[in-house]
Ligand binder design. Sequence first.
Ligand code: PEP
Length: 256
Amino acid sequence: MTASDPVQVPREHIVAGNWKMVGSRSANATLLAGFGGMDRGSATVVLCPPATYLGDVARAIDGSGIALGAQDCSAHDSGAYTGEIAARMLADVGCAFTIVGHSERRAMHGEGDALVATKAVRAIAAGLRPIVCVGETPEEHDAGQAFDVVERQLAAVLDALAGDAAGARTIVVAYEPVWAIGTGKTATPEQAQEVHARIRAQLVAAELASVPVLYGGSVKPDNASALFAQPDIDGGLVGGASLKAADFAAICRAAG
Ligand code: PEP
């Protein structure tokens, strides 16, 4: 079976907003008030604020159909891990998703494939859906290693979940070429689709054909439709544009 196999399993469309370490209680309230009143289409929408604001955002989106996500979770369940937040704590305050393996954590906090895989396992054990980020650095991109890097990063997570087929089916993959994150340089829809097709093939081989694969990297209202029209792109992981209510709503509408 290949990524372009005509026997396609329906896949959920998802747009997740990663607020990163930006915001304040008042700025968040303004953003949510604006976004809450806008048409956001029918895709699943996930908001990932900084951990300190999860409770506020949970209350603000209660009953709206918008899901809450964290930006990271600990690889540990409980104990003497100062500053860490367990996946089960995130679930306890209303999260349904958590990002794991974002390139900023891989690059700035030394997170490797094994740690990211452990975080994904912890997230699933806590009832969260991990949004597993994969993507090549600019150097890896220039060296033509994108496929190999992405395949290796995803394989680490799939291998860790090999004994848990039901859990593995809950993951979301986000392909985020590091050279396109926060830079304004977006992969062209064709460039992104090429990598997404490889990810799709890897998922299909692991009997995970229904897992959504999001694109991330300078997604904006003016490029979202073309990206999301690609056959193997099921939505987006959005940084900067998720902080602008009208832009984020337009991106959500473009996904479904
Ligand atoms: C991200 O934070 O995952 C991201 C893709 O950021 P941006 O949309 O700003 O490039």
